[in-house]
Design a protein around this ligand. Structure first.
Ligand SMILES: Nc1ncnc2c1ncn2[C@@H]1O[C@H](COP(=O)(O)OP(=O)(O)OP(=O)(O)O)[C@@H](O)[C@H]1O
Ligand SMILES: [Mg+2]
Length: 258
């Protein structure tokens, strides 16, 4: 299988299934590929398996022995299950719904937290450089550069979420996995993060779970619609929003259910 790599894609999912309980698939044979420098939105009603799929991509499920993941996940052509899990998590950074800066750490410390957790030592110059670069990438530098030693939790919700994105970017990932990153934020903070994601797309591949259809329409190139664990539809966002192929996608997008 290794030689059937699609070199255009940074991530490929082949028949990926995940179950929490034997015989019950939370994600059911999903096949998809993700091209570099694109934003893909994952949509679908609550419980359809979006978060489960996202967590499979950076091998979070194996921290729980009862969860079974099958199929193949190729990151830059490499089977993630044959890679060092820490390397997978560095290449595929994760951002969650609720901003979760480490409460005991300063803003500066939060940006570098991934290095600390991975026991990677850096010189002071390298640290300063990574902190400034990561905070600039999320448009937070100007707001916090004079208070880098303050606690991350002292920031507003939107700033905390940008800090968490900076923390993921600090590890120089290729892929950003985001699970409803703006659903707890006000419209202005949301708009700032959306603008930032569109800028980040020049350098990263982004997969974002969202319940906000206008957000998907605004920022994503491609969209996936999931229902009951299955990937029902996958295509360009434009096509999905104008001419959905599947009745269930159409019903969801027009608010008929979900
Ligand atoms: N830790 C868990 N243990 C057992 N079942 C789980 C667990 N997490 C999720 N599930 C089940 O797996 C299915 C998919 O859940 P998942 O959280 O992936 O859905 P989702 O699409 O992210 O939903 P939402 O939009 O509400 O976040 C659901 O049936 C859910 O009940
Ligand atoms: Mg979810």
């Amino acid at each position: 299988m290794e030689n059937s790599i699609n070199i255009d894609s940074i991530l490929e999912l082949k028949d990926v299934s995940v179950s929490y309980t034997p015989g019950k698939l939370a994600v059911n044979e999903v096949n998809a590929y993700f091209k570099p420098q694109t934003i893909t939105a994952i949509m679908g009603p609550s419980g359809c398996g979006k978060s489960t799929l996202l967590r499979a991509i950076n091998r979070m499920h194996e921290l729980y022995p009862d969860i079974v993941t099958t199929g193949e996940i190729l990151l830059k052509g490499q089977n993630i299950f044959k890679m060092n899990p820490m390397k997978v998590r560095r290449l595929a950074g994760m951002v969650f719904q609720r901003a979760n800066p480490f409460p005991t750490m300063s803003i500066y410390g939060n940006v570098l937290a991934g290095y600390k957790l991975n026991n990677i030592s850096l010189s002071k110059t390298e640290k300063d450089e990574i902190v400034e670069h990561s905070l600039r990438s999320v448009n937070l530098w100007e707001e916090v550069k004079d208070s880098l030693n303050k606690k991350g939790t002292f920031l507003s919700g939107g700033q905390q979420q940008r800090l968490c994105i900076a923390r993921a970017l600090a590890l120089k990932p290729e892929l950003l996995l985001m699970d409803e990153p703006t659903s707890a934020l006000d419209p202005i903070s949301t708009a700032r993060i959306e603008e930032m994601l569109v800028e980040l797309k020049d350098q990263y591949t982004i997969i974002i779970v969202t319940h906000n259809m206008s957000q998907a329409a605004r920022i994503s190139d491609n969209s996936m619609f999931m229902y009951l664990g299955e990937l029902v539809e996958f295509g360009t966002t434009k096509q999905m929003f104008t001419k959905p192929k599947d009745k269930r996608t159409e019903d969801y997008l027009t608010g008929a259910f979900g």
